[in-house]
Structure formats: structure tokens, C-alpha cells
Design a protein around this ligand. Structure first.
Ligand SMILES: NC(=O)c1ccc[n+]([C@@H]2O[C@H](COP(=O)([O-])OP(=O)(O)OC[C@H]3O[C@@H](n4cnc5c(N)ncnc54)[C@H](O)[C@@H]3O)[C@@H](O)[C@H]2O)c1
Length: 239
């Protein structure tokens, strides 16, 4: 449970699975009213569909009287390929969901967030900070999410709306579970993580919900690595 969220209204895109679902659970445990916007939710919403998001904003205003928190966790990977072989359509899809999807929700919910001096948390990736091999489109798109977050923070600062991002490392969710079924991959990834383990979705959600809460009232424009130390450097050497 995170303090300061009782009675707050929150939208979580991608909230039907993995990191988004863990955010929805923690927000609810913290007393917030949570609306999930996900292709796989009870009431499917596609973040690439701006008209659907405008309609959702209207419904939230009518039924809940405003919005305090927006968490953008909807995201997609592309097939693992070297950049030379990456189909342009895969590149477009990575941008369409991860970047334009985030722009769409920020624009659609901006009037509601401004009215309540709300907070946005975007889910980038450690790939926003260091390259993820064979994932050029995802890496570029998540880098754009981090840059977009800085722009949102500056453009919305006067209105008192904060915008931050987290950059998760390898986390066990439906997006990655197939990778972790491969023992060779899991051993290599685990060895590369200074904390020496794959992360849990609840650990990423804790950082996201903290940034969305009044506890982070002085923080805007950051991309916070939540990666077990991956972007800090290589694990210790046996000197
Ligand atoms: N799992 C990891 O290791 C990891 C690491 C770094 C960043 N991330 C990022 O965290 C976020 C959550 O990933 P996850 O691991 O929980 O994956 P996940 O696949 O479990 O969840 C992603 C959710 O997004 C939804 N979604 C996808 N496209 C959508 C669209 N167009 N409109 C609405 N919803 C859509 C899916 O239906 C799904 O419920 C993603 O942005 C991902 O890129 C994940």
C-alpha cells in the first residue's frame, strides 16, 4: 500500500496483464479507484485508437468526476531480429503502440489531469537507456518514451501535472515468460543482472505507484531505472 492515494481515480493502460495488472492491484490496495484500459480488459480499449480514448475520458469525467493518475503500461515487443532484417511494419507497430499510444492517452486525458493537478507514469524500459540486442524498434521506441516523458514534464509543469517514467529490467510477465522457459537465456540474463535475479511485476509496480503518488510530489521528468542494477554496470568482477 502506498500513502496518499485513497479515493484517487486512476487509469492503467495495459492493466489486464503483467506490470500493468500489478499496478492496478497496488493502486486498489492503496484505496484508489482503478480503470483498466487494455485490449484484453473486460471493456477492450486500444491505445492506438484516439477516438476510443476520448470516449473513455468522457465516461470517466461523467462517472468519476475526474482523473488523478494515468499509468501507461500498454506495450509490445517485436520479433528478435538484427536491425538489417527488421520489417518496417514491425518498426511502425512498436512506435504505434509504445509511443503514439502513450501520446494518445496523454492528450485524451490531459484536460482531466490538468483539472486535478494529476500525475502520469510511463513504462519505458532499460532498453531506453542501453540497447536491447535484436530489438532495435523496441529500443528506439522506449527511448522515445523517455524523451516524451521529459517533454510532458516541462509542458505540464505550469499546470502542476507531473510526468515520470520507469525503466524496468527483465521482469517475469506474460510478455517475457517464453524467454525464461529457455534455461540458457535465463542463466545468461540472470548473470548479467547485478542483483542476480529476474524481477517481479510487483517490484516494478511499487516504483510506478510511488511516482504516481503525492510521496513523489517533487519529482517530474525522470526515467527511473528499476532494473536490479543492469544499467549501473556489469556485475562485480572476481578480482
Ligand atoms: N516484462 C519485462 O521484462 C519488461 C521490461 C521492460 C519494460 N517492459 C514494459 O512494461 C510494460 C508492460 O509489459 P508486461 O511485461 O507487463 O507485458 P504484458 O504483455 O504482460 O502486458 C502488456 C499489456 O498491454 C496490453 N496491450 C498491448 N497492446 C495494447 C494496445 N494497443 N492497447 C491496449 N492495450 C494493449 C496487452 O493486452 C497486455 O495486457 C510494457 O510497456 C513493456 O514494454 C516490460
Amino acid at each position: 500500500m502506498i500513502d496518499g492515494l485513497t479515493g484517487r481515480v486512476a487509469v492503467v493502460t495495459g492493466g489486464a496483464s503483467g506490470i500493468g495488472a500489478a499496478c492496478a492491484t497496488l493502486l486498489e490496495e492503496s484505496g484508489a479507484v482503478v480503470l483498466v484500459a487494455d485490449l484484453g480488459g473486460d471493456d477492450p480499449v486500444d491505445v492506438t485508437d484516439r477516438a476510443a480514448l476520448d470516449a473513455l475520458a468522457g465516461r470517466i469525467d461523467a462517472e468519476h468526476g475526474g482523473l488523478d493518475v494515468l499509468i501507461n503500461a500498454a506495450g509490445v515487443l517485436t520479433p528478435n531480429l538484427p536491425v538489417d532484417e527488421l520489417p518496417t511494419d514491425d518498426f511502425r507497430r512498436a512506435y504505434e503502440v509504445n509511443v503514439i499510444g502513450t501520446v494518445n492517452t496523454c492528450q485524451a486525458f490531459s484536460p482531466l489531469l490538468r483539472a486535478r493537478r494529476g500525475a502520469v507514469v510511463n513504462v519505458a524500459s532499460q532498453a531506453a537507456l542501453v540497447s536491447l540486442p535484436m530489438q532495435a524498434a523496441y529500443t528506439a521506441a522506449k527511448g522515445a518514451v523517455a524523451a516524451l516523458t521529459r517533454s510532458l514534464a516541462i509542458d505540464w509543469a505550469e499546470a502542476g501535472v507531473r510526468a515520470n517514467a520507469v525503466a524496468p529490467g527483465f521482469t517475469l510477465t506474460p510478455m517475457t515468460e517464453a524467454f525464461f522457459e529457455n534455461e540458457v537465456f535465463t542463466e545468461a540474463a540472470t548473470k548479467r543482472i547485478p542483483l542476480g535475479r529476474i524481477l517481479g511485476a510487483d517490484e516494478i509496480a511499487a516504483a510506478i505507484v510511488f511516482l504516481a503518488s503525492p510521496l513523489a510530489s517533487a519529482i517530474t521528468g525522470v526515467t527511473l531505472p528499476v532494473d536490479g542494477g543492469w544499467t549501473a554496470g556489469e556485475p562485480a568482477l572476481p578480482w
